[in-house]
Structure formats: structure tokens, C-alpha cells
Design a protein around this ligand. Structure first.
Ligand SMILES: C[S@@+](CC[C@H](N)C(=O)[O-])C[C@H]1O[C@@H](n2cnc3c(N)ncnc32)[C@H](O)[C@@H]1O
Length: 284
């Protein structure tokens, strides 16, 4: 049964409220909600007269009230596109960012599709990096670790949903992991200093989990651990790839690498020309 509420009227009412509340990119986010919840694309929304199905009105209203509270649209619709797939990202899960796809590009540049490697994804969150690698490389044996129960549950659900079986998702704090060496280590660690948190946009500060954003120190804790423990984590011919922030701590990461005479590094830029990934490996 359809209500006699025209979707475009409902949509325009919501846009007015969202604009008043200064929600960023409110039109695009609203279109994403309509597409995800009703299967009505942006083009169709504006050219056809749809009535809202009776049984959908309440849930649509709920979704838009969450958007009014500046909840990220990826939490409202519960999914985020990353690389070639869609990942469940309910509230409480760090939303995969497009810039993190650069790690996948770097690996694709370095490894052939039939390579057999062991891979560790540190702080796997939704599982987006590890699951994408396991899906692209059927002979990779991937382990994804995270400290958060919620991340472990969702990453496991994502792997299952995408029918990826060459990944183990394990609850593990990287700072007390038993020594084990991998061929490839990837990570997008919590890299914000605790002092940066108050300055973040509300949508990030209020909804991305704090332990995914910050090391609760100066932002360097994870990088220091990776570099100080490289001999315990990485096989002699292996490589680590980690995302770095667009901030001054990058210079301190470079210093840490220079201070270790056994290792060297290569930096990779994103499409905007910022260094966002470092590859670290043992000098030959
Ligand atoms: C920035 S998020 C990255 C999530 C995902 N890899 C991505 O790129 O979207 C960092 C992740 O590290 C996890 N984490 C924080 N502290 C950790 C620790 N000590 N050991 C393992 N994982 C940790 C968080 O729970 C969070 O899921």
C-alpha cells in the first residue's frame, strides 16, 4: 500500500530542515538514503512521481532524523563502498575512507595475482583492507586483528557476506601480540593525537569510535610500535604498508625510519598529491 505522501515532497521537506541545520552535503546524503532504502536512484527521484510506501514512511523519517543529528550517512544506511565491494558499517564501526584504497593500489603494484603470501591487517575495523586483499589475492593467507569486539563481529560478517574465506579475523591487541612474522603487513592505525579530537567535524568526533581515531597520545604510538618491532613482525623479504595522516607527525615517522639503519621506506602520494602511504622494508 502506498501513502498519499509524494516522495519528492517528503524529500524537499527534509532538504529544507537539513539546510537549516547546516548539514554538509545534505542533498547527496539524502539521495543516498532514498537509494539505499527505497531502491530509487537520484535520476528517478527527480523525474518520476513516486508515493512513499506506507510501511516505509516511519523508517524513512527515522533515517532523516538521524541525518539531522549529523550521523554519517554510511552509519544510517549501514554500508560503505570500498574498492570493489560494499561493507557493512553500522554505528560503532570506523567508516572506511576513500584514501585508504591507496594501500590496495600499492599492493597491486607490488604483487602478482597468484602470489602466495601471509598478510597481517592491524586494526582491521570493518575488514575493508584485509578482506579486499584476500578477495583480490586468492592465495594470500590473511589475518585481520582488532581490539574492538564490534569490529571483529562486523569484519567477520563482511567476510562471510563477500564469500571471502582466506581471512581469519581475530580479537587481538597489537601491543601484546605473540611474536609471529608475516610477508606483508598493512595498517590504517588510529593516528590522531588526543589533542586533535576536539577540532574534528561533529560527524567524525561524535560517531567514529575514539579508539579508531586516536592512540590517545600524540598519534605516533602505532608507528613507533611497527618500526621498533619490525624484526618480530616482518619476514626478512617482507614489506609493511601503512597509512599516514596529512599532518606534521609524518616528519617524525620519517625520523624514526632514518634512525633505524636496517630499514628503508618508499612514500606514495594520493590523487591530491599528499603522501598518504609508507612502505617500509629491510635494506638488502
Ligand atoms: C582507523 S581504524 C581503521 C579501520 C580499517 N582498517 C579501515 O581502514 O577502515 C583503526 C582500527 O584500529 C583498531 N585498534 C585500536 N587500537 C588497537 C590495538 N591496540 N590493537 C588492535 N587494533 C586496534 C580500532 O578498533 C579500529 O578498528
Amino acid at each position: 500500500m502506498h501513502s498519499n505522501y509524494l516522495l519528492i515532497d517528503f524529500f524537499n521537506d527534509q532538504l529544507m530542515d537539513l539546510k537549516k541545520k547546516k548539514i554538509e552535503e545534505y542533498r547527496q546524503k539524502s539521495e543516498m538514503i532514498i537509494d539505499a532504502m527505497l531502491g530509487i536512484s537520484k535520476a528517478e527521484l527527480y523525474i518520476r512521481n513516486h508515493f512513499i510506501p506506507n510501511n516505509q514512511l516511519k523508517s524513512l523519517e527515522q533515517a532523516f532524523s538521524m541525518l539531522l543529528e549529523d550521523m554519517p550517512v554510511q552509519h544510517i544506511i549501514g554500508k560503505t563502498h570500498f574498492y570493489e565491494d560494499s561493507f557493512f558499517t553500522p554505528p560503532g564501526i570506523f567508516i572506511p575512507r576513500p584514501e585508504t584504497e591507496l594501500i590496495i593500489d600499492c599492493i597491486q603494484n607490488d604483487f602478482k595475482s597468484l602470489s602466495e603470501k601471509t598478510v597481517l591487517d592491524i586494526g582491521c575495523g570493518s575488514g575493508c583492507i584485509g578482506i579486499t586483499l584476500a578477495s583480490l589475492y586468492k592465495n594470500f593467507d590473511v589475518t585481520g586483528i582488532d581490539i574492538s569486539n564490534k569490529a571483529i563481529n562486523i569484519a567477520t560478517k563482511n567476510a562471510k557476506q563477500l564469500k571471502v574465506t582466506n581471512i581469519d579475523i581475530i580479537k587481538q591487541n597489537i601491543f601484546d601480540m605473540k611474536p609471529k612474522k608475516f610477508d606483508i603487513i598493512v595498517s590504517n592505525p588510529p593516528y590522531l593525537g588526543i589533542n586533535e579530537i576536539p577540532h574534528l567535524d561533529n560527524a567524525v568526533k561524535n560517531y567514529d569510535p575514539l579508539q579508531a581515531l586516536s592512540d590517545k597520545e600524540d598519534g605516533l604510538k602505532f608507528y613507533k610500535h611497527f618500526i621498533d618491532n619490525i624484526s618480530e613482525l616482518l619476514k626478512i623479504d617482507g614489506s609493511m604498508y601503512f597509512e599516514i595522516p596529512k599532518s606534521t607527525i609524518t616528519n617524525q615517522i620519517i625520523d624514526m625510519i632514518h634512525n633505524n639503519s636496517n630499514i628503508e621506506s618508499i612514500f606514495f602520494k594520493d590523487l591530491e598529491g599528499n603522501y598518504r602511504v609508507i612502505k617500509v622494508f629491510f635494506k638488502k
